[in-house]
Design a protein around this ligand. Structure first.
Ligand SMILES: Nc1ncnc2c1ncn2[C@@H]1O[C@H](COP(=O)(O)OS(=O)(=O)O)[C@@H](OP(=O)(O)O)[C@H]1O
Length: 278
């Protein structure tokens, strides 16, 4: 501060380094569960302009969190340097009824990242996740057929099946946000060619292109790409990512793929692009 004719003037804002601060997320990864949301947020934070929340926050989908208000939500965010964009991921947002309107109220200019994956494979991944959760809780896992079929027909109330009906959920989101608020990430492509997929994300977010081939190396043991950050720290995703899926009879597989054909077509129409799904 400077003493001018006996008055102490406030410090020059331009000369005072602004401190790191928490703020509402600029970017939200809204899902889909088991489509590669963790890989996406980890790859995004390779960029120096991104500050990412570590844990799934579940602010907009859990009433007990939502009732705590926006100050609580901001407290869950990482500290961001001036100019950094903040991102959180909660895959359950995509399929939760009230979430689109709640996000619109809190952050109408949020940039929404949605990662999708071939719906049958996503269903099997979802089943596998629940299977392991039950084992951990010492509950007996149930065979897929019992959950998926009712009187020989597909059981539409089975949640992992419902979550793969992307168009029904996307319809709700498009009532709250224009399509320009979304960027869709191809989860199958992110596994095979992470750099190409991340360059599209950088472009959508208007970030300076920074992520490079140097940030990825293929790990033969894991069968996936792992990450190398700017300080040459190497890191693969947790071992719960990339699990073996159950063997499913060809009859059920083709039933599922046939079933998803029409919902997929409607999803492609809604989002104005296609994916390479059977
Ligand atoms: N690089 C890399 N390493 C490991 N795993 C990768 C990677 N990229 C994408 N994936 C895929 O991410 C799938 C898990 O998806 P999510 O992180 O969205 O799951 S969750 O909803 O948060 O539980 C996980 O699904 P499963 O293979 O079914 O386990 C992976 O296929």
């Amino acid at each position: 501060s400077v003493l001018v004719s006996g008055v102490i003037s406030p410090p020059d804002a331009a000369l005072t380094p602004r401190a790191n601060a928490r703020h509402l997320p600029d970017i939200i990864i809204i899902g889909v569960r088991k489509a590669g949301t963790r890989a996406l947020i980890q790859m995004l934070r390779l960029h120096t302009s991104i500050a990412a929340a570590q844990n799934e926050v579940h602010f907009f989908d859990w009433d007990s969190h939502y009732e705590r208000g926006l100050d609580w939500y901001v407290d869950q965010m990482p500290e961001a340097q001036p100019g950094q964009l903040t991102v959180e991921k909660t895959p359950a947002y995509f399929t939760s009824r009230d979430v689109p309107q709640r996000i619109r109220l809190a952050k109408p200019d949020a940039r929404l990242l949605l990662i999708v994956r071939e719906p049958t494979e996503r269903l099997l991944s979802d089943y596998t996740q629940v299977y392991h959760n039950r084992l951990e809780k010492r509950k007996r896992p149930q065979p897929l057929e019992t959950l998926l079929l009712r009187n020989g027909e597909l059981n539409l109330d089975y949640k992992p099946l419902n979550r793969s009906l992307y168009h029904t959920h996307m319809q709700r989101w498009l009532q709250a946000f224009p399509i320009s608020s979304f960027h869709l990430v191809d989860g199958d492509a992110l596994v095979r060619e992470p750099l190409a997929e991340m360059q599209k994300v950088e472009a959508f977010l208007k970030l300076e292109p920074q992520i490079s081939q140097n940030n990825f190396y293929f790990n033969q043991t894991r069968g996936f790409f792992c990450l190398r950050d700017g300080r040459q720290q190497q890191r693969c995703l947790h071992s719960s990512k990339g699990r073996k899926h159950p063997q499913v009879s060809p009859h059920i597989l083709s039933k599922l793929q046939h079933f998803f054909h029409e919902p997929n077509r409607r999803f492609f129409e809604l989002v104005g692009r296609t994916f390479d799904w059977k």
